[in-house]
Design a protein around this ligand. Structure first.
Ligand code: KMH
Ligand code: ZN
Length: 276
């Protein structure tokens, strides 16, 4: 099997500092967090940013500072969110793509998201996708429900996209596809030939999903965005702690952890572009 690509979803848009006091909400904290995660075996850093009050924001200058901070101290692949928070309007979600990150997430359908709705009508997804293609940003299709695979494949064909196809399955968001045991094999069976995939389970589904993904030859995402509790009654202390745990599972299963260079090769990424 290929070495395991580990993605850190370090911040997200939903947790508060009261929920998780160690959330990296400034460029300095992101730099330290990213360096620790890189040392623990991560190769992709999925970025959301926060404002001065630690509220989620899609402010371009904050994305610029976050990216510079992470890229200064690591060779991690920096992947911007285009999902933001469920309250973010389309223009705000598009804006950070001006910075031409190596990768960005692309959710290809609308889904309930707790009490909110993560709204991704096809015209918006198409606009996000076109913008990524124009700017040489490689999308990671962010799949919260099975139909999103079909839409990703359809848009890929319609837009004549030539980049490598990489999917991330986010299972267990309340209102979206649960982390049922047979979910991953079903989803993987419907991927286009040559695609790679990773998976994450939200909350208590995290470890079973990570273990299944490692066994099935997929890759794994972890981090505060997806995991609040390390174990029952004990919160996770750092993103690196979560990365270390999944890297340990992979080692037990006889799977090496990918370096960022190996991840770039597997995902068909060009060398890291400069920040415009
Ligand atoms: N915060 C969620 C509404 C992404 O980063 O692309 C969307 C999300 C997905 O986190
Ligand atoms: Zn995210």
């Amino acid at each position: 099997m290929d070495p395991l690509v580990l993605t850190v979803a370090a911040v997200g848009a939903e947790l508060t500092l009261a929920d998780q006091p160690n959330l990296p909400v400034t460029p300095e904290l992101l730099a330290r967090d990213a360096a620790e995660c890189a040392a623990a075996g991560a190769s992709i850093y999925h970025v959301h940013v926060r404002d001065e009050a630690a509220r989620p924001t899609m402010d371009v200058e904050r994305f610029r500072a976050a990216r510079a901070a992470v890229e200064d101290v690591t060779d991690l692949i920096v992947q911007f969110t285009t999902g933001g928070a469920v309250t973010d309007p389309a223009e705000a979600r598009l804006a950070p793509l001006d910075l031409r990150p190596e990768m960005a997430t692309l959710t290809t359908g609308t889904v309930n998201f707790g009490d909110g709705v993560f709204s991704n009508p096809v015209p918006l997804v198409t606009r996000l996708y076109r913008t990524m293609l124009e700017r040489d940003v490689v999308p990671e299709y962010e799949i919260f429900d099975a139909g999103m695979i079909a839409t990703a494949v359809r848009l890929r064909d319609e837009l004549d996209a030539r980049h490598h196809a990489h999917f991330d399955f986010v299972l267990g968001v309340p209102g979206a596809l649960p982390a049922w045991e047979d979910a991953l094999p079903f989803l993987v069976a419907h991927l286009p030939d040559g695609a790679t995939w990773s998976a994450t389970g939200i909350g208590r589904s995290h470890l079973p999903v990570a273990g299944q993904a490692i066994a099935l030859g997929g890759h794994v995402r972890t981090g505060f965005e997806d995991v609040l509790y390390y174990e029952k009654g004990r919160k996770a202390e750092s993103n690196a702690q979560l990365i270390e745990r999944v890297a340990g599972l992979a080692k037990e299963a006889g799977r090496a952890v990918a370096t960022p260079a190996q991840a770039r090769e597997m995902l068909g990424l060009a060398p890291r572009p400069a920040i415009p």
